[in-house]
Ligand binder design. Structure first.
Ligand code: NAI
Ligand code: MG
Length: 365
């Protein structure tokens, strides 16, 4: 059966960048012996306008069936005053929750042509290609008890870091599977020196590693991990860490490589019957109402999210490499949307010019 993909462009620039991904999908369909069964539907404000809810039940059901969901972005000022129960973000949250997407993947990849945009020196980031896997559905953001209460005449705020073995294990398996498709190195980060959950984390990850003898496992305290990410990020391949540390470390790693318009992401869940994990791919950026409708959006984050889908959902690693190389070539040739330009007077490429340049680079590769 053909690989199946549900496209949810969403709102604002989500629709503009997704149009460019469509070109890439068509290109692969035409040039390769693979046809994607692509369906498209509404999410976020666009779904609210049509159905009165940010994600229709039929759309949710479709998302559960396909091999991968590719989402643009949701939200916009016209929806800011809606009741929380129907806000555009709720569409996204419903997808994540009902698909039970517990592993959030955030790559940090340095395109040499953009090394000037990094917060670090070029030789530290040049060639960088790491992947942070953040546990997304448990930990201190969800643990009970939580709340603010009055104790001994003063207010006390409480959150609880809590992880079960099963939660640590399923994320670890996702991380080891990824490592197998990459450079077969995994660094697990926690604070086993001061946290019980960290001790358990280290123990469970070590146990899971026995099923992946080819993957070289190391452990690091998360605070040292933050230092190492800035000092020498190329030492890492895959990093597996909890919800809180992962939130911070992945934002930090993202800035090693530059613009929001370049950052893809994925969220994975449990393996389906066909062995593929439940998966949703999306750019890190939002709907960018400040530039929406003007053809200024950088489509690369969304295109690179599709490259992740090729690699991690469709076992098309070679095509993913080729697509990433095409993006790199376009940047090196100087075709850039406004977010990737710092010289005044240089004419920025439009969203569709950037997408067309990627297609031309694919043709030439
Ligand atoms: P944003 O990511 O939409 O925009 C932040 C800044 O980066 C803006 O100046 C924007 O023009 C720029 N930018 C973002 N993506 C770009 C791209 N591909 N090319 C060029 N420039 C780009 O975040 P913001 O402004 O905080 O939120 C705007 C709306 O998006 C809100 O409604 C928010 O709730 C929603 N949002 C949705 C997300 C999602 O769907 N996953 C994530 C973040 C925000
Ligand atoms: Mg964050």
């Amino acid at each position: 059966t053909n690989p199946s993909l549900l496209i949810l462009p969403g709102d604002g620039i989500g629709q503009e960048v997704m149009a460019e991904v469509r070109k890439v999908i068509d290109w692969i369909g035409a040039k390769r012996d693979v046809t994607f069964d692509v369906s498209e539907d509404l999410v976020g404000g666009a779904a609210y306008d049509e159905h009165g809810v940010p994600l229709a039940d039929e759309t949710m059901a479709k998302a559960q069936e396909v091999d991968a969901v590719l989402l643009g972005a949701v939200g916009g000022p016209q929806y800011d005053d809606l009741d929380f129960s129907v806000k555009p973000e709720r569409g996204l949250l419903r997808l994540r929750k009902e698909m039970d997407l517990f592993a959030n993947l955030r790559p940090a990849q340095c395109f040499d042509a953009l090394a000037d945009f990094s917060s670090l020196k070029k030789d530290i980031v040049s060639g960088l290609d790491i992947m942070i896997v953040r546990e997304l559905t448990s930990g201190v953001y969800f643990g009970e008890p939580r709340g603010i209460s009055e104790v001994d005449g003063q207010r006390v705020g409480v959150n609880t870091q809590r992880y079960t073995e099963a939660e640590i294990e399923r994320g670890a398996r996702a991380a080891f599977e990824l490592a197998m498709k990459r450079d077969k190195r995994l660094c697990s980060m926690e604070k086993a020196n001061v946290m019980e959950s960290g001790i358990l984390w280290r123990d469970v990850v070590t146990e899971v590693s026995k099923d992946y003898p080819e993957v070289e496992l190391s452990h690091m305290y998360a605070d040292n991990g933050a230092m190492q990410l800035v000092r020498a990020p190329k030492q890492f391949d895959v990093i597996y860490t909890d919800n809180l540390f992962g939130d911070i470390l992945s934002d930090c790693a993202a800035m090693l490589t530059g613009s929001l318009g370049m950052l893809p992401s994925a969220s994975l869940g449990a393996p389906m019957e066909n062995g593929r994990p439940k998966a949703m791919y999306e750019p890190v950026h939002g709907s960018a109402p400040d530039i929406a409708g003007e053809g200024k959006a950088n489509p690369c984050a969304c295109i690179l999210s599709f490259a992740m889908a090729l690699r991690y959902s469709f076992d098309m690693g070679a095509e993913a490499d080729r697509l990433e190389a095409a993006v790199e070539k376009v940047l090196a040739d100087g075709v850039r949307t406004g977010d990737l330009l710092n010289e005044a007077g240089v004419k920025p490429a439009t969203t569709s010019e950037m997408g067309n340049a990627v297609i031309a680079a694919l043709d030439a590769s």
